[in-house]
Design a protein around this ligand. Structure first.
Ligand code: SF4
Ligand code: SF4
Length: 614
């Protein structure tokens, strides 16, 4: 077996890293509950395994998602990750070809040119020399781009990057030296022994003319090995822990694991998968519109990982989900924030906590739940009451007199246990009604009913429900405006992917102007209930910025599907702002006034007489 003492730093660093990862990942696996353990065990013997391998190739090596968002950044990540992977892979193949029948220790493919300085006696040596030089060049281009990004990130269209921690500095310095030192080591070796190709051969010729290659090649191999050893030893204590952990995350997801309401090993895997790439920083409205630049997801995840959580970081967030939608790793950041809020609160349910009955269940086909915010804008709930009546729906207005909360505000404040008590109470009321559909006017309530209530009935946002009524001709809509801009509320669009029905519905009443900030790229209106720190001034600048970016001033009306968004935009808008239900009722009204005489239909509700407002 070929050996030289200079391989020790690399070998010891590698042994330490593999040992650390084995202990860490085993600990995570053993603390999974039985259900998740069984998902992992069965996942390995299912098609999910192939899908996971494919995603690892596309995302951990090629960095496809980053590439689609920012080509230069994507190329930088790809050249470092994929280039390094190929150097190891081709190095291993080369080792097998040159040493047939021998088991190569891990350092042989890494330091191949030291042990086989002039491989001309071996088959395919030209092919291997060329391929290895090409791959080294690819990785070096990534190192240069990474240096440029650290010095001048604006060249990549990035306004901000994250700061380095001590562990990061060690790992990063070592990482930057690894490949230039490999180039030097191989070039000096080439100058002294011959060999090498277009890169190491040419660099060797140049260097050999001005430097004593015979004296320098051995120290260069030591330096290369040392930089690798330091990088491996520093990796677990740095952001680069994301490299192996992201692979674990991809497999875990494909095996069916996801965030729950409590911190689990999956949460730890997600937290350690953050590369602090900084892509989420520029996406955050608190940063680019509100001037708050120390609470974004990269910082929050770092604080959780290093156990230095600040209330400001956890609570100063709109929970708009923009950061999660751009995160190339796909970390479920909002769920992690919610878990953190709950942990910060840390109190068990108050023993004196009780719920006062404010509503009695009534048998109905449809339940309408307006939501607390809708009660602040009575025109929306009144529009819905009118529509239900006109369509002849047997409905029960569950929170007609207020006093019932869906539970989301308590969750956002970190009172998950109390929220669960409330949810269970509401759930019983809903199920006893015998209704097959629950309709709500608030996207936040919609999200909670859909995700946390475990109801075996259809849960719909009113934009979806009204679209269905219109499609079934239970309501007849008339054109109202030539131009309208539709604003997607965060929960409805990014979270629950309700894009099409509201657009189709608005399209029946107005000419819809597309926006660059719609669907997944929608902007928070600034009125988010989830933020406990932002001042009114910050909120107002977020609203103004969102309004300007929507170019709503170019349209005759700004339409949204959320009472809070409607309220926020009203403060800054130069054009009328309407909830989609208000638009529908106006459209029906116009239709009936122009074409069809109003007919009173029998309605089954205990609601007070309707007063239509616009
Ligand atoms: S949360 Fe995602 S986008 Fe933000 S720094 Fe981490 S990996 Fe990058
Ligand atoms: S959820 Fe929204 S406000 Fe919170 S950090 Fe992400 S982008 Fe910023």
């Amino acid at each position: 077996m070929k050996f030289d003492p200079f391989v020790l730093p690399f070998t010891l660093g590698l042994i330490f890293l593999l040992g650390y990862l084995a202990v860490k990942y085993t600990a995570w696996f053993t603390s999974l509950d039985r259900n998740d353990k069984s998902k992992v065990m069965t996942g390995f013997f299912s098609l999910s395994l192939i899908r996971a391998v494919k995603e690892v190739f596309l995302e951990s090596l090629l960095h496809r998602r980053i590439f689609l968002r920012n080509r230069l950044l994507g190329f930088m990540h790809m050249s470092l990750a994929f280039g390094w992977f190929l150097l190891i892979l081709v190095g291993n193949v080369e080792g097998r070809v040159y040493r047939p029948g021998e088991i190569n220790p891990p350092y042989i493919p890494i330091f191949f040119r030291f042990f086989y300085a002039n491989p001309e006696a071996f088959p395919f040596h030209r092919v291997f020399s060329f391929a290895m030089d090409l791959l080294l060049l690819l990785v070096l281009s990534g190192v240069i781009l990474a240096l440029v990004k650290r010095i001048y990130s604006r060249a990549y269209g990035m306004k901000r990057t994250t700061k380095l921690m001590t562990g990061d500095r060690f790992a990063l310095a070592a990482l930057w030296f690894i490949f230039p030192l490999r180039l030097l080591a191989e070039s000096f070796t080439s100058a002294y022994y011959g060999g090498g190709d277009f890169l190491t051969g040419s660099a060797g010729s140049l260097l050999g003319n001005v430097l004593p290659a015979g004296e320098l090649y051995y120290p260069a191999w030591w330096a290369y090995s040392l930089s690798l050893g330091i990088f491996f030893a520093a990796l677990p204590f740095s952001r680069y822990m994301h490299i192996p952990t992201e692979v674990v995350l991809i497999f875990s997801r494909h095996f069916g694991m996801a965030e729950t309401n409590k911190r689990t090993s999956f949460t730890e895997i997600e937290i350690n998968s953050c590369s602090r790439c900084g892509i989420c920083l520029d996406a955050c409205q608190l940063s680019f519109a509100g001037g708050i630049r120390n609470v974004q997801s990269a910082y929050q995840l770092k604080s959780i990982r290093y156990k230095s959580i600040q209330p400001n970081e956890s609570l100063n967030c709109l929970m708009c989900g923009r950061c999660a939608s751009v995160c190339p790793v796909g970390i479920d950041i909002s769920s992690i924030r919610m878990i953190t809020r709950n942990e910060m609160n840390g109190r068990p349910p108050d023993a004196s906590f009780s719920l006062q009955p404010v509503s009695k269940t009534r048998k109905s086909d449809v339940i309408y739940f307006a939501g607390c915010m809708t009660h602040q804008l009575p025109s929306i709930k009144k529009a819905m009451q009118t529509i239900f009546s006109r369509a002849g729906i047997n409905y029960w207005f569950m929170d007609e007199h207020g006093g019932i909360c869906c539970g989301r505000p308590m969750m956002l404040a970190g009172h998950r246990e109390q929220a669960n008590i409330m949810i269970e109470k509401n759930r019983q009321l809903i199920l006893e009604s015998g209704a097959s559909i629950l309709v709500t006017s608030c996207p936040i309530c919609y999200k909670v009913f859909a995700k946390d209530y475990n109801l075996n009935i259809r849960v719909m946002h009113h934009s979806q429900y009204l679209f269905e009524l219109a499609e079934k001709k239970q309501i007849i809509l008339n054109p109202l405006y030539e131009s309208a801009v539709y604003h997607d509320p965060c929960e409805l669009s990014r979270d629950l992917r309700v894009y099409n029905e509201p657009r189709a519905l608005v399209g029946k009443m107005a000419g819809l102007i597309p926006s660059a900030y719609e669907k997944e790229n929608t902007l928070c209106c600034g009125n988010s209930l989830a933020n406990f720190f932002a001042s009114n001034d910050v909120r107002l600048s977020i609203t103004r910025d969102a309004y300007e970016k929507l170019n709503a001033g170019d349209a005759q009306v700004l339409v949204t599907s959320c009472p809070m968004c409607r309220k926020a935009f009203e403060k800054v808008s130069g054009v009328p702002v309407k909830d989609i239900a208000e638009l529908v009722v106006k459209s029906i009204h116009k239709n009936e006034q122009q074409h069809v005489p109003l007919q009173k239909k029998k309605i089954h509700t205990e609601s007070r007489p309707l007063v239509m407002q616009e």
